[in-house]
Write a protein that binds this ligand. Sequence first.
Ligand code: ZN
Ligand code: ZN
Length: 135
Amino acid sequence: MFSQRAIEALKKEGFKITKPRKWIVEFLENNTSHPSAVEIYEQLRSKDKSFSFATVYNTLDVLVKSGIVRQISTDPKCSRFDPDLSNHGHFYCNKCGAVYDIFDIDINFNELKGKVEEYQLNLFGICEKCLKGGN
Ligand SMILES: [Zn+2]
Ligand SMILES: [Zn+2]
């Protein structure tokens, strides 16, 4: 589902579906770690010498513009990317930099008279692992 929509969006923008682009799409599918462009590049670069950061960058650009991946501002240091478009918030660990999904947030969107076009809720703190001294 996700891969199909992503591949279609890339084709529509005139991109060739190369192996590196497929790897990026596969990497993002069901990924809950909210990777940054640099993290995606570092995870995949060993697969092929010609794998470039520019490919990661322009692939993400198309996926974000096509509404297939969400760019989130949770991490103060860099943009991170989320294939889960459902309404949810994010918790950022100030110590280890992990980003966790928070689904149990009760916001009554109907109270707003306007129309919500973008939803970003960011919480900052220390994650459970770091609190326990695991990280
Ligand atoms: Zn942490
Ligand atoms: Zn998320």
